[in-house]
Design a protein around this ligand. Structure first.
Ligand code: BGC
Length: 781
């Protein structure tokens, strides 16, 4: 990218210090921070507070999230101030792996990165150690490619299944989301590179995300949406936090000092740096005051605004010194400051293995009638592989959460590599069809990677019967993807479209007529409707988007090389109409095509006509009753409950006990593998409160553990410790966290609807923390 340096914060800064003696200038890391800050001109400070794109020509055509010059394709950089020994640092996306350009000018060397599984799949492993290992590999890749901060993990709550970026997030449950984020941060940061925990907070929809106002009560905000951030910040200490685009109760997140300073720093003890999301927020001065230290990727106008505000006395020097200090403290920790030179040689083959293995723990077996899976040797002899996605597997979502990996293993490739034989006629039919479709689809402009996928190929009865007569088993893959800027359509992304349902139905008819089985693989970005068609096939494997090794991973599970142990990190409702936030989430299907096209040109930031509810303002009317907290409390039937997942083996729970010891609730039990193959079990501990003092969900997840691989007959004892304080709810009236006194039930469960044993415990009431009444609408401050 060639950019003219017309008016630059840095250039400006250089001019202003022309007469400051370079020799005497205090150096970062040698002199104290006070001395360095003291020696800085206002313009130099501003050049730190505003990211490096601020120095570019205002006519620049740079795209969001690819401003990097030091590492091409990285999302952004902070500016260097050489005279003070301050290097530039590099920030790069994102949650599923490092996102940089795979090629560079003037070299034939490539810079591919590993596409790891998406966060939703990682959460489905319920295995924090494994997620930490993925983080270690991701962080190592970031470091070797010269990246100082990986812009992830993201830990917004899955409030509604239509959020286009849910795949970048972990769960509908704050504990699971928080523990996963903490494990990822620990893994990445163990390499000496930073993370940016994002998007803080309430960025739960993409539609109109840069000006949508979220109306939320303090209790809901704290218990559900802030909780995962709180857990991750306290446990894993991310170097940086990324504030979100949206407004909260009338004010931009990046302009709220109650969020970024009072809660984040004072209540939780965060001591890192806060940056905006790319071009997020509106009022530079308010962002500075709120404690949003760094404005990314930086705009020339922001430099001018800060300088003007300081000169006119509107913005105090103390504020900008505070923010500069946070940025300098961050820079001191970076590999670039420590003189690390990018080696550009990550161990991609090793990381591919980590991807394959981690994905296999997060794929979820939803149905398995008569032990259809694993496939027996006979079935493996000839497989009829249906569905375009089988031949064009989806590694991850689009937008900044995408990764430029060298390859994606499709299911057809994975099955062949795993020794399965595929029906060649069918394979070549699909390959020819997809090649034709590709020519047509490549012409569509697409929008930030949102290119339409090929429609399912029509197949006549004769073709299906032939396939059924010549093969032992059928596999049908359904593919759904989503990404940044765009929420999902109920009609075509949450629900299967008619051609997909027909394909499943017709394949089932043809194969069942010959007593042969049908397996459906869901290579999907998020929750889909399953209730209307799930009875038809014999097995359903929810493969999510498993990264670049997806096809190999599915083959490992189908063959039985790996026994699936993934569990749902969210609920699958029977239908979209059952979702608690259904009336308070944008419905893209209600927008005319014309309006949609206009909106897409403007990053979904406008709705040109019609109902503006959920575009301008989204009210979280469902309160704390998100996901299973709603379905279980209201006894709403669900397709698959939170925490659900089958295995090729069975487990027995025995000797469960729960008691209160000091400030901990201690739970122990024995888990035995009672089946014929080795497997891992996820034990989930839910707690029900008396619920007399305030409304409470029927039960809430308070602890979980995944067993190691248990051999048939093997028993493992598990022990859990739940701090009593973790049972506190937020009392809005008195602005305090309080544990209700009385009898609680501790549920040892396989999923939220399958409780193995419930154990009573008695707790005395207590107030665990009183906090300032914050995050209220501006009028109530
Ligand atoms: C996304 C962030 C991302 C940033 C930089 C924004 O559009 O919301 O998640 O880190 O771009 O690419």
């Amino acid at each position: 990218m060639k950019l003219k340096n017309v008016f630059a914060c840095t250039a400006f800064a250089t001019l202003m210090v022309a007469n400051v003696g370079a020799q005497e200038a205090p150096q970062l890391g040698k002199a104290s921070l006070d001395e360095v800050i003291q020696a800085m001109t206002l313009e130099e400070k501003v050049s730190l507070l505003v990211g490096s794109a601020g120095k570019f020509d205002s006519n620049q055509t740079a795209t969001i999230g690819s401003q990097g010059e030091l590492v091409p394709g990285a999302a952004g950089e902070t500016n260097a101030i050489p005279r003070l020994g301050i290097p530039a640092t590099v920030l790069s996306d994102g949650p599923a792996g490092v996102r940089i350009s795979p090629t560079r000018e003037n070299t034939s060397q490539t810079f591919y990165c590993t596409h790891f599984p998406v966060e939703t799949l990682l959460a489905s492993t319920w295995n924090t150690e494994l997620v930490q290992q993925v983080g270690e590999a991701m962080g190592e890749e970031a470091k070797r490619y010269g990246v100082d901060v990986l812009l992830g993990p993201a830990t917004n709550i899955h409030r509604n299944p239509l959020n286009g970026r849910n795949f970048e997030y972990y769960s509908e449950d704050p504990l699971l989301a928080g523990e996963m984020a903490a494990a990822m941060i620990e893994g990445v940061q163990s390499n000496g590179v930073g993370t940016s925990l994002k998007h803080f907070a309430l960025n739960n929809q993409e539609t109109n995300r840069t000006s949508n106002d979220v109306v939320v009560s303090p209790r809901t905000f704290r218990e559900i949406y802030l909780k995962p951030f709180e857990i991750a910040v306290k446990k894993a200490k991310p170097w940086t936090i990324m504030s979100s685009y949206n407004k909260i109760n009338g004010t931009y997140a990046s302009e709220r000092s109650d969020l970024l300073t009072d809660i984040l720093r004072h209540e939780w003890g965060f001591d890192g740096m806060v940056m905006t999301d790319w071009f997020g927020g509106q009022h530079t001065t308010w962002q500075m005051e709120a404690g949003n230290d760094l404005l990314m990727p930086g705009k020339k106008s922001q430099c001018e605004d800060i300088i003007k505000a300081v000169r006119s006395g509107v913005l105090s020097q103390d504020i900008i010194n505070r923010n500069v200090r946070h940025i300098l403290e961050y820079i001191l920790r970076t590999p670039r400051f420590k003189g690390y030179q990018a080696t550009n040689d990550p161990d991609l083959p090793h990381h591919a293995q980590i991807t394959r293995a981690s994905a296999s723990e997060g794929m979820i077996l939803l149905e398995n009638k008569d032990m259809t899976l694993p496939l027996d040797k006979k079935a493996a002899k000839r497989i009829a592989l249906f569905g375009c996605t089988s031949y064009d597997f989806i590694a991850g979502g689009t937008g900044s959460g995408d990764v430029n990996s060298r390859y994606t293993v499709s299911l057809s490739e994975g099955l062949k590599a795993g020794g399965f034989k595929l029906d060649k006629t069918l394979t070549s039919l699909y390959e020819t069809y997809l090649a034709e479709q590709k020519k047509i689809l490549d012409k569509s402009k697409g929008f930030w990677g949102h290119r339409p996928r090929a429609k399912e190929m029509q197949m006549d009865k004769k073709q299906l019967e032939q396939a059924a007569s010549q093969n032992q088993v059928a596999i049908v893959t359904i593919g759904k993807t989503s990404g940044e800027f765009l929420d999902r359509s109920i009609r075509s992304n949450f629900n299967l479209v008619a051609e997909e349902k027909e394909l499943i139905q017709n394949v089932c008819e043809a194969f069942h007529a010959r007593h042969k089985k049908v397996i459906v693989i869901l290579n999907v970005c998020g929750v889909i409707e399953t209730a209307s068609w799930r009875e038809a096939p014999d097995a359903i494997l929810l493969a999510w988007m498993g990264g670049q090794e997806g096809g190999n991973t599915v083959a490992d599970i189908l063959s039985g090389k790996v026994n699936p142990s993934g569990r749902l990190p969210m609920t699958f409702p029977m239908q979209y109409a059952d979702v608690p936030s259904k009336d308070n989430f944008p419905d893209l299907d209600s927008i005319s095509e014309e309006d949609m096209n206009k909106a897409l040109q403007n990053f979904m930031n406008v709705r040109t006509s019609g109902d503006r509810k959920n575009f301008d303002v989204t009210t979280y009317e469902e309160g704390i009753f998100v996901g299973y907290r709603y379905y279980d409390t209201k006894n709403v039937p669900v397709a698959y409950p939170f925490g659900f997942g089958l295995s090729y083996t069975t487990f027995d729970y025995a000797d469960a006990s729960a008691q209160v010891e000091g400030d901990q609730v201690k739970v122990s039990l024995k888990v035995k593998n009672t089946g014929k193959v080795a497997g891992k079990e996820v034990v989930q501990i839910y707690v029900s409160a008396p619920g007399k003092d305030m409304a409470k969900p029927k039960k809430e997840l308070k602890a979980f553990q995944k067993t190691p691989l248990l051999q048939p007959g093997e028993t493992q004892e598990l022990q859990f410790q739940i701090p009593v304080d973790a049972l506190a709810s937020f009392n809005e009236k008195d602005s305090r966290w309080q544990v209700e006194g009385g009898q609680y039930q501790v549920h040892v469960a396989q999923n939220s609807r399958d409780v193995k044993v419930s154990l009573p415990i008695q707790l005395s009431g207590k107030i665990t923390e009183t906090v300032q009444p914050l995050m209220l609408p501006v009028a109530e401050w």
